[in-house]
Write a protein that binds this ligand. Structure first.
Ligand code: F3S
Length: 392
């Protein structure tokens, strides 16, 4: 990979160990994928924040980087953590876990990354169309490429952090127009009735498309939340990182390889995501973290109702969205629900809260929670989630 004179100096260590290490990570990655150069990025978004998923090993590495005083060179944000600032999880985990989790967030902060602790950083600051990014949260990657029109590869935590420190990323994969060209036409032959069907479609396509780039025909007037569910699910079960939604097949996609998806296929995908039919201990909405509109919808549905005493009802969102949703939060919390930021059900310690069964409207959570959280899952629409969480 060709480096400029200045990049070369960083590579040789002239700006210190942390920048040198970051540059070496990017060069290694670039060489691996035949990138010819580094390109500037508008922002970086780093995953690997929850101590539950990260573990001990990387803490020392983060510490060594932060110790040098190295700072992010572009706007940079971080994914949800295992603990929330308001303390909903505090009594559930031991002191050492709290300390380690706080340390991880502190280290990112020291390196100039904004502790937004959300997987939907685009609600706080929407990247420009056509801008190059280095984002690591897979649901946000697919959403940024497919809905926001930005360009990012699916980075890992370390490469996104390296990009944050250097302000650049290797020019390969989805940073190149030729790799963003669709190469398969997906024909959806049934009405996608709600967000759960979009999620089921994403899980099915992720498993069947590998890393192909689909035009998805038959998405009639999808809502933003539907496309977000589709993005998150697609990223969970496969490697596809960009899709093109449309109601009718565009001319350029007419001759592509085809994949038809009918109601039966989606029904099976949906049913496979539920591992139980029991009453849930927790009802969780907000994977990916809710937009203002979604928080408003939940508030509308729970208005005047009461959450059952034996059910935890969580609505996860970012602090940024919460700051604009005071009235809706009041409604949800008056009903007995909790609007929670900084964490989500998947990256926190559910068993420690006494959760064995989880109900959610997120296909991504349904896909991961049985293995990552060792809980049984029921996938259902937001409406059904609220119906189950609340007294009649
Ligand atoms: Fe976000 Fe957690 Fe889902 S990080 S995408 S809410 S699994």
């Amino acid at each position: 990979m060709h480096l400029t004179a200045e990049e070369e100096k960083i590579y040789e260590g002239e700006q210190g160990w942390a920048y040198q290490t970051a540059m070496k990570i990017l060069v290694k990655l670039g060489d691996l994928f035949d990138a010819e150069k580094l390109i500037p990025i508008e922002s970086a978004h780093v995953s690997g924040v929850s101590y539950k998923t990260l573990g001990d090993a990387p803490i020392e590495f983060l510490e060594s980087l932060a110790e040098t005083g190295a700072k992010a060179k572009v706007a940079s944000t971080v994914n949800p953590s295992g603990l929330d600032y308001e303390g909903i999880m505090r009594s559930a985990v031991p002191e050492t876990v709290k300390e380690k989790q706080e340390k991880i967030v502190e280290l990112y902060k020291n390196m100039g990354l904004k502790p937004v602790l959300t997987c939907t950083p685009y609600y706080a600051s929407k990247p420009k169309q056509g801008s190059h990014l280095a984002w690591a949260e897979s649901s946000a990657v697919v959403y940024a490429n497919s809905v926001l029109g930005s360009w990012t590869n699916r980075e890992g935590g370390p490469s996104a952090l390296a990009s944050a420190l250097i302000g650049k990323t290797p020019n390969h994969g989805l940073h190149k127009p030729e790799n963003r060209e669709p190469n398969v036409l997906v024909k959806v032959e049934t009405d996608l009735k709600n967000e759960v069907w979009y999620g089921a479609l994403g899980i099915f396509l992720g498993k069947n498309l590998m890393d192909k780039v689909p035009v998805i025909e038959g998405l009639r007037y999808p809502k933003e939340a539907d496309l977000k569910q589709l993005s998150a699910a697609l990223a969970s079960s496969g490697m596809t990182s960009v899709f093109y939604p449309c109601s009718r097949c565009p001319k350029k996609a007419e001759n592509l390889e085809r994949l038809a998806v009918d109601g039966q296929i989606l029904k099976k995908a949906f049913e496979d995501l539920s591992t139980c039919s029991e009453e849930p201990d927790m009802v969780f909405v907000g994977c990916p973290h809710c937009s203002l509109n979604e928080v408003r919808n939940v508030a509308r549905l729970v208005q005047g109702r009461k959450v059952k005493e034996n059910v935890m009802f969580w609505v996860c969102s970012s602090r940024h969205v919460k700051a604009k949703a005071a009235r809706h939060i009041q409604t949800i919390e008056a009903a007995g629900g909790k609007v929670v930021s900084d964490i989500c059900a998947v990256v926190t310690w559910l068993k420690e809260l006494g959760v064995d069964t989880l109900m959610t409207n997120s296909a991504k959570t349904a896909f991961y929670a049985p293995t990552m959280n060792k809980v049984k899952v029921r996938l259902a629409t937001l409406k059904q989630c609220v119906e189950t969480a609340c007294h009649k």
